[in-house]
Design a protein around this ligand. Sequence first.
Ligand SMILES: CC(C)(COP(=O)(O)OP(=O)(O)OC[C@H]1O[C@@H](n2cnc3c(N)ncnc32)[C@H](O)[C@@H]1OP(=O)(O)O)[C@@H](O)C(=O)NCCC(=O)NCCS
Length: 178
Amino acid sequence: MKPPETFSTDRLLVRKPRRDDAAAAFAAFASDPEATRYLTWKPYTAVEPVADFLQARADEWEQEDGLFAYMICLRGTDTPIGSIGITIADGKAVFGYVLGRAHWGQGYMVEALRYLIAWSLAQPKIFRAWAFCNVENPGSARVMEKAGMVREGIFRRYHVAPNISPEPRDCFVYAKVR
Ligand SMILES: CC(C)(COP(=O)(O)OP(=O)(O)OC[C@H]1O[C@@H](n2cnc3c(N)ncnc32)[C@H](O)[C@@H]1OP(=O)(O)O)[C@@H](O)C(=O)NCCC(=O)NCCS
C-alpha cells in the first residue's frame, strides 16, 4: 500500500525526494544541530552523504510497504524546507518529521501531518496512525496534538537520540485510530 507520491495542502507541496534536493536539504535542516537534536541521526557535515541518503529514500518508493519519505516545499516552489516520512506496516502508519528552523512556528508541519493521518485512516487496512517524540520535545508533541492525535502514554527508554546521548530516552506516544 503506497501513499501518493505528491500531495498539496493549503500552503505546501509535498513530494518524493530526489538526489538533487541534497544542497537545499543540507542548508535548511540536515546540517543543523538544533533541528536534528531529537532525531535518529547526527547533523551532516557535507552535501554528498545527504544526496546518497535521499537517493536511498527515493529508491524505497519502489517497495509496497515500509518507509515512504517526502520533501516538504512551500507551494509555488520546488525547494525543500523539511521532510516528513510515513512507515506503513501491519495495519499501522507511523510518522517522523523535521522542518528547517527558519520555518518553525507557522503550522507547516501540522498541515503536512494532518494530510498523511487522513490518508492513512482512509485506507481499509490501516487502523492506527501514530508517532512518538522525546518527552523533552514539547514542540513536536504539540504538532501531534494539533494534527488530531491523542497522547496515549510514555514509551520508557524507547528511542536513542545520538545528539543527546547514546542511551534510549523516554518518549510520548500519540495516535489517532478508527
Ligand atoms: C517539531 C517541529 C516539526 C514543529 O514544527 P512547526 O512547524 O514549528 O510546528 P507548528 O508551528 O505547527 O506548531 C508548533 C507548536 O508547538 C509549540 N511549541 C514549539 N516549541 C515549543 C516549546 N519549546 N514548548 C512548548 N510548545 C512549543 C508552538 O507554540 C506551537 O503550538 P501553538 O500553535 O499552539 O502555539 C519543528 O520544531 C522541528 O522540525 N523540530 C526539529 C525536528 C523534530 O524535533 N522533529 C520531531 C521528532 S519526534
